[in-house]
Write a protein that binds this ligand. Sequence first.
Ligand code: SF4
Ligand code: SF4
Ligand code: FES
Length: 377
Amino acid sequence: MKEKKLQEHIKEKHKSAANLKHTAGKHDAKDAKTKIIKFKIQRFDAAKDKKDDAPRYDTFELEVKDGTTLLDCLDLIKWKHDGSLTYRRNCKNSICGSCSMKVNKRTKLACETQVHKITETFCSDEILIEPMGNMAPVKDLVVDMGNFWAALHAIKPWIVHDGNFPEKEFTMKKEDAKKLDAVASCIMCGACYSDCNTLDVEKRFLGPAALAHALRYVDDPRDTRKKERLRALNKPGNHGVWDCTHCFACIQVCPMKVAPMEQILKIRKYAQQSGMIFNPGARHHKAFSDGVKHAGWINEVTLPVKSVGLNIIGFFQLAPVGMRMYFKGKMPDVWHKPIVGAEEIKKIYLELEKKEMSNKLDIKEPELFEHRNPNKE
Ligand code: SF4
Ligand code: SF4
Ligand code: FES
């Protein structure tokens, strides 16, 4: 009974809070453009609500000055309207990676998101705020990031060096250090994981951030387990690099320009260059590419067959699809005729292949590192 009364009291408080108007933004910015913005915020409490209940939203209205961040607005809502609103934040400077949340369905850092810009982009003065995706909500905008951290742990994010150690410190060539820059900027905000489309359907996928970090260790000249790492990342059962569908979402949402998908593609390339081509993903990739190189377009007849490889069960799984296509008149032409301009496409391929060869990862295993021992230079 007491609990019910308390809930009603909180509900009433939310209602009245929604009608209050406070000004968010620096008060010395007198000339700054100001407008009333509605914040529709998803509410949830794992301790009380059921996971499958329909999402609940509260709307708060603030008068917001141009240049104000979403985090400033959330702070104002919490301090002036509803102290129970829960979200993570710390640095307010896009450094700690704590304040990721979905803003109009796209994950962003609240501390670097200017609300006026959002309203202009979406042509609406109402902003929808929800917790990150692909992670279970705990309370309001706070999610359980356990799977994100577990994926990171799975790629062994530490340097393993099996060879001789130099007497003093390891030294690294400038160009080798540069390769690590992009991933080193990751602030573990989880935005890429939240918006990853593969994770929507395959929770075991390691995800963009962990795979980007995996490349960081493959590229690190001090690490001597490159092949072992590549093998693990390529193994289909490990849900590594071949689960990515190249949707670009992680590149779009990453606030630090880590470009996780690009790092995933580099791992695939390294693995293929090292002869790790006997898995469905690598075979599909090669069959796709060979078709385009040969005739300027994909060969829809051989693509699924080559992707499956010498796998009897795989062939039987393909058969019903092939039959259905045949009876619906959708069977592609078995003669894979080149399109107009196919020769030009082939030339592009040959140029790219030359370039790829010069960028090949040189894996020596074990890599003893002696040539970079400062005491011997
Ligand atoms: S590109 Fe790949 S890793 Fe990135 S979000 Fe899409 S499916 Fe996920
Ligand atoms: S890769 Fe980018 S989006 Fe993903 S966790 Fe790191 S900083 Fe965040
Ligand atoms: S509060 Fe630290 S990144 Fe936003």
